[in-house]
Design a protein around this ligand. Sequence first.
Ligand code: COA
Length: 401
Amino acid sequence: MSEENTISKDNNSTIVFRGLEDVVAAETDISFVDGENSQIYYKGYNIHDISEHTVSYAEIVYLLLNGELPTKQELKVFRRKMISEMRVPTQVIKMMEIMPPSIHPMHMLRTAVSALASFDPDANDNSIEASKRKGLRLIAQIPTLVASFYRIRNNKNILSPDPKNNMASNILYMFHGDIPDEKFVRAMDLLLLLHADHGLNASTFAARVTASTRSDIHSAVTSAIGTLKGPLHGGANERVMRMLNEIIDMDKRENIKKIEEYDEVEEYIDTLLAQGHRVMGFGHRVFKKEDPRARHLRKLSEELCAMFGNKKLYNISHRLENIVMKKKGIYPNVDFYSAIVQHALGIPKEFYPAIFACSRISGWVAHILEQYNDNRLIRPTSKYIGLYNREFLPIEKRRKA
Ligand code: COA
């Protein structure tokens, strides 16, 4: 075959942005991830102010969907509405009950959200107004799906949300079956509001790609869940805890006083890096310095570990942070300390990515609605690097290469 046939001249000059790095693919006013200055803004509000002053996660959901912070009265009405939408159709619960209990919660979530589409009262209406109603229902129902699956797996009865309590409190209640302490509710609230949105991250992009075909909101959210599930995205937090458990298992000594004495952490990281693996919960496509969410979760994980008398877990993670910084010059991202916070809240590690989804659903819905409101089909091109004009042989003349 001639060289002319193997390479297209037009294609030669095409620049490929692998991983779409630095490509601006949409305009948004929902959130801004300022990688240069390590800041995140939701609708113009700095994440640090939000973490400090927010009353509850519902306030942030309201902000993302309406563009403004709610008044006391607006929040009360909105929260009541959101909690009232948490009920999941019994058919979907039955479907979860027949799923193998060993499947990963993100498999369940992807399938159950897709199934919810069929039972939604607005199933056949994809107008903006109906999509808003369906979006709010999904924000409310996803936590119910996740907690119910946990209860089903553990042969426990499924619990209904308590309309008097907020989302954070209800998530903990529907998991564990008792009224959670205020401190844990606040911790869950912080976890939810810090994960709510993050610019054009991979799962949000996936949601917008699906929405850009004018597909329905349940389809867009199903795409997003499948994308969040991956270990380079929302699946990282679960692997962080696996790593920390492996390090803890290496060390049987008691009474270590200084974090520098945790030698096994360095040994573990050296082996991991030598094998060419990544350290889960570290590095970020946009933040090359501190992830501002990690700052809040680090502090919270320290408080929770102290409260539970599990200083060792915090010390090991702190030591790990120092070692990865020294060896790779990279910082922890949101998933590193979120794993420790979730562990302290009694969430089993395979549910961490699903808890992430319980919060990120609010950002996905805001982005899907934004995409519907000013839509252009998202359809990039690729640089073709294959062959041209190959001689087509009839099947009887083909020989195995
Ligand atoms: N562990 C070890 N090295 C890492 C790393 C990690 N977690 N993250 C990045 N690096 C290194 C890369 O090996 C590369 O080093 P090199 O230049 O010597 O080859 C350098 O940092 C740049 O990495 P790159 O792959 O270009 O960054 P990216 O923008 O594509 O990756 C992530 C971003 C998030 C995919 C990546 O940091 C990662 O895999 N992290 C672990 C998974 C994780 O925590 N995901 C949650 C993200 S919020």
